[in-house]
Design a protein around this ligand. Structure first.
Ligand SMILES: *Cc1c(COP(=O)(O)O)cnc(C)c1O
Length: 394
């Protein structure tokens, strides 16, 4: 018999009743250090008092009004984001997938309005993840996501990761945009080297192609800068943001330059819930906190401590781990053992991690992880590795 909840997830046998900071609690009081943070969503930890206060105050005032009215909470958050980034304008969504949909529409409309209706192709990369809508799966193109769901939305060109010559050849008079995650998340924490992002920007400039960065996972302070592309000193024309920006409240945003967004006039796009006052009130508080240079400096210090500890953990458990990659608090441990086995051993050791492609174990902890949490993380990951080694030996 089909379960009451559609069984599209392989769920772990865990369920939580309470969260506090980087910790999650089961009903029997067992606690787990959460190094997955709802897949980079709980950027400021669970039940963050500041965010609880912001949400409750907004809840007592106003939950929802239609986008046919002005929403001051949206304007506040939009202005904050514009202030801190390349962007001139922002559209709010409820999720990352919806930002992919708008990014695709915006890029196509841009060329259409400039008199190039044939420029509809969007170049994407192998291993990418942009969401689960029919458009977003067509964009990512992996067999695993698209099989059985055809016919797919046409107009996507998929390139091998890191193949520069193929990229140059793929940009034609039909190309509309390039969509890329500065650090692939689901693909296994694969950072695009800075010089490649720079080269991509130059190629897009030379050909009038729009550059879309999907920072749904790597953005909002995750890498130690407000947005990951800042490390490479390049900016996109359109950027997708979600996950961390709501700190756990569903919220996404598409940021764009005035030029890139020029086709999106009244009536071209919309959302009933997108930019809801509750979501935007929380999003504004999250953005204020994360964009503070002192906060980001602390993220980098925490990341340094964690990474150093992980390096020696890898050295002590060469049968379990192989190497580390990523930036800031978006870390991937390339594994020797099966990553999903380590995730399971973590459950027994009271630590939550997330598997990714390429046999990588993802660590995406709350950005305000304390020094004590870092020590606990290392102890518990060590225990998980030891558990796995004993299981193997017996
Ligand atoms: C999670 C994710 C998405 C999709 O976001 P949802 O909120 O799950 O729709 C898109 N792009 C990237 C890079 C992601 O990590």
């Amino acid at each position: 018999m089909i379960p009451s909840v559609l069984p599209t997830y392989n769920r772990a046998p865990l369920s939580f009743v309470k969260g506090e900071g980087a910790w999650l609690f089961e009903a029997d009081g067992r606690r787990f250090l959460d190094l997955g943070a709802g897949i980079a969503v709980n950027a400021l930890g669970h039940a963050n008092p500041d965010l609880v206060k912001t949400l409750t105050e907004q809840a007592e005032r106003l939950w929802h009004v239609s986008n046919i009215y002005k929403i001051p909470e949206q304007e506040k958050l939009a202005n904050l984001l514009i202030d801190k980034t390349f962007a001139d304008t922002v559209f709010f969504t409820n999720s990352g997938t919806e930002t992919a949909e708008l990014a695709i529409k915006m890029a196509r409309k841009y060329h259409y309005d400039k008199g190039h209706p044939d420029r509809t192709d969007i170049v994407a990369f192998e291993g990418a993840f942009h969401g689960r809508s029919t458009g977003a799966i067509a964009a990512a193109g992996s067999e695993k996501m698209v099989k059985g769901f055809g016919p797919l939305m046409p107009g996507f060109v998929h390139l091998k990761w890191g193949d520069h010559d193929a990229l140059k050849a793929a940009i034609t008079e039909k190309t509309c945009a390039v969509i890329i995650e500065p650090i692939q998340g689901e693909g296994g924490i694969r950072p695009v080297p800075d010089q490649c992002l720079k080269g991509l920007r130059e190629l897009c400039d030379a050909t009038g192609t729009l550059l879309i960065f999907d920072e749904v996972q790597c953005g909002m302070g995750r890498t130690g800068r407000l947005f990951a592309h800042e490390w490479a000193n390049v900016t996109p024309d359109i950027m997708m943001v979600a996950k961390g920006i709501g700190g756990g409240f569903p919220l996404g945003a598409v940021l764009a330059t005035e030029d890139a967004a020029s086709g999106m006039v009244a009536g071209t796009h919309g959302s009933t819930y997108g930019g809801n006052p509750l979501a935007c009130a929380v999003g504004a508080r999250v953005t204020e906190i994360i964009s503070d240079p002192a906060f980001l400096a602390e993220v980098n210090r925490t990341a340094g401590r964690l990474r150093q500890g992980l390096e020696s953990l890898i050295a002590r458990h060469p049968e379990v781990f192989e190497s580390i990659r990523g930036q800031g608090l978006m870390l991937g441990l390339k594994c020797k053992a099966l990553n999903t086995d380590i995730v399971k051993a973590g459950y027994d050791a009271g630590v939550l991690t997330v598997a990714a492609a390429d046999n990588v174990l993802r660590l995406l902890p709350p950005l305000n992880l304390t020094e004590a949490d870092v020590a606990e993380a290392l102890t518990r990951l060590e225990a998980a590795a030891a558990l796995l080694e004993t299981q193997k030996a017996s």
